[in-house]
Design a protein around this ligand. Sequence first.
Ligand SMILES: O=P(O)(O)O[C@@H]1C[C@H](O)[C@@H](CO)O1
Length: 367
Amino acid sequence: MTGYKVANGNGSTNVTNGSTNGHSNGLSSAEYTAQENPTMCSRDCCSGPGGSNRGNTCTDKKGGKAGSLNGEKIIPTPQSLLYPYEVIEEIADFIVKGSGMRPKIGIICGSGLGSLADIIQDPKIFEYEKIPNFPVSTVEGHAGRLVVGTLEGATVMAMQGRFHFYEGYPLAKCSMPVRVMKLCGVEYLFATNAAGGINPRFAVGDIMLMHDHVNMLGFAGNSPLQGPNDPRFGPRFPALVNSYNKDLINKAIEIGKAMGIESNIHVGVYSCLGGPNYETIAELKALRMMGVDAVGMSTVHEVITARHCDMKVFAFSLITNKCATEYSDKKDDEANHEEVMAVAKTRQKACCELVARLIREIHLASA
Ligand SMILES: O=P(O)(O)O[C@@H]1C[C@H](O)[C@@H](CO)O1
């Protein structure tokens, strides 16, 4: 297997056969305030599937032994119990029966990258609202549809719209569709996102293939796997080294060369913060010192969930804005979602081609 360049630290580092020494800057401690998990009730009315108050606080006064808020009982439910295996199975059955397909590759479209699902042939489209027990998309640029069909000969399912922590959904709910994908038959997860470039060598419009991540929400004690573990999905303590499939990274680099966009492709480390605010300069400096190349508000919990159930993961960030790591008065330094969407639109074609060609390789290799 050939090595690849990691856009980390002050220069680039070669990574071969899983060994990396890319974190040349050492660790800096960033102040991070833990965000409390939303308190949830296990009853139907609440955060569980189908509940009307999903992801929020129980107001059921009949609650059992629990804390109280304004005199109302609260029963916390661990994240992993929000969507039991049987419920995930029901959702997967609904999709498999409804589409008549067992997809092998799952795609999650990042902000402004919904067109990755538009290139799917013979699509069967499921609005999130019509899928039993599915959350709804609330963010602009996330249409809220699941598209099942074929792409370059492979059966695929794509989420045109993902769920973010800042929308008020617990992490297990944000990444629940990954488990649905698994039970539909998906073996490969393609996760994409829009992200701010912290590595000074990155330009707006570049693509960073993720080879690792720093899980800031995990540092603060939050995980989609929190709570009792169901071994039908995966082990209690999953290992996350080698989470990002190296063969797929290398293939994507080759595809980038063939597309003539080699200089716009990097390999690097992504970090997810809770959002919805963009980061402060001090936070961005801290992330840079930790070896982070791009920052966003998603993907990491999806990857954790995918690796837990042993899916192969390929992920990339489209760099939609450059993040300032020094103080200045420039208005340009302020990220905004309109810019994120506008840049994503200009790079949709390249992202679609990269994804399509990689899926073609996977399909041909398995044929
Ligand atoms: O869903 P992704 O991670 O692509 O979206 C990014 C993060 C925020 O949702 C939004 C900020 O502009 O874009």
